[in-house]
Ligand binder design. Structure first.
Ligand code: CP
Ligand code: NVA
Length: 305
């Protein structure tokens, strides 16, 4: 049983296989209408159940289209309208969904629920974001970086802002794929440095945003207030100096690229001229959620890696 709860589940070999598969499949269907299945329809007859405890645009639509393009079908479930939302256990939900669908994707506010779902499911379970990590996002980010002509080993990735779930998955990827992450986070909003070091050995946390941006190949940020977090003025104030601006981008390499998982708040974590500027790859990054997740699904079913 292949669950995709974190990037480590696939390992470097699995990630490399998924990136190659995503690249090839994307090229093979160039020019197709979005709703047409891939010529080989490798997951024909397979159904994906998706459970959302939190809002989503990209994850929901890209997984829905991903399974369709692979020849399968999907069921999208809002946790609030399921019995899960009125107290049915995650364990029982996992057993029930395993009887109807061939794979389960869940977006939840608590990583422990994802792990419980995987423990009790008899089909592959995929992490569609938790409070702790967002591995599907980072698969799309890695695909976008490689498409931009940058080999992963040895890259410097600068993270600016909140020490959140997306950063955790970038750090995990760094350890597996041998690139370096310098995360500039304000005191109080940084991940535990020991946790970062233990997770990858290729990442470090700094307080100075300029130190992170200096010489970076890739500059990444994310919203300052993640889903489920209270809107706190003190947090916004602390993060102010970590906004990605043209001045910070000027410290990075001249051919540096900007990534953001979206949704974005222009004027908070990034200025409009950076996110909408020539170094930004956000639209390719968002589209690559679809292509990368098709390969995540194929990996879960043992078709690659
Ligand atoms: N980046 C991302 O996961 O977007 P959604 O919240 O819209 O799914
Ligand atoms: N860190 C953000 C990512 C959204 C895709 C959140 O958890 O809300």
């Amino acid at each position: 049983m292949r669950h995709f709860l974190n990037l480590t589940d696939a390992g470097a070999h699995g990630i490399a296989a998924m990136l190659a598969d995503a690249h090839d499949r994307k090229a093979a269907r160039a020019g197709f209408p979005k709703g047409r299945a891939d010529a080989d329809a490798p997951l024909a007859g397979h159904a994906l159940a998706m459970v959302f405890e939190k809002n989503s645009t990209r994850t929901r639509v890209s997984f829905d289209m991903a399974i369709r393009q692979l020849g399968g079908s999907s069921i999208v479930l809002d946790a609030g309208t399921m019995q899960l939302g009125r107290g049915e256990s995650v364990a029982d939900t996992a057993r029930i969904l395993s009887g109807y669908a061939d794979a389960i994707m869940i977006r939840t506010d608590d990583h422990a629920k994802l792990e419980e779902m995987a423990h009790h499911a008899t089909v592959p379970v995929i992490n569609g974001l938790t409070d702790a990590s967002h591995p599907c996002q980072i698969m799309a980010d890695l695909l976008t970086i490689v498409e931009a002509g940058k080999a992963l080993p040895g890259l410097k990735v600068a993270w600016l802002g909140d020490g959140n779930n997306v950063l955790a998955s970038i750090v995990e990827a760094a350890g597996l794929m041998h690139f370096d992450v310098v995360a500039a986070c304000p005191p109080g909003f940084a991940p535990e440095e020991e946790a970062i070091v233990a997770a990858s050995g290729r990442a470090r946390v700094v307080a100075d945003p300029r130190e992170a941006a200096e010489g970076a190949d890739i500059v990444v940020t994310d919203t300052w207030i993640s889903m489920g977090q209270a809107h706190a003025d003190a947090k916004l104030a602390a993060l102010g100096p970590y906004q990605v601006t043209p001045d910070l981008m000027a410290l990075a390499k001249p051919d540096a690229k900007f990534l953001h998982c979206l949704p974005a708040h222009r004027g908070e974590e990034v200025t409009a001229d950076v996110i909408d500027g020539p170094q930004s790859l956000i639209w390719a990054e968002a589209e690559n959620r679809l292509h990368a997740q098709k390969s995540v699904l194929r990996w879960c079913f043992g078709q690659i890696g």
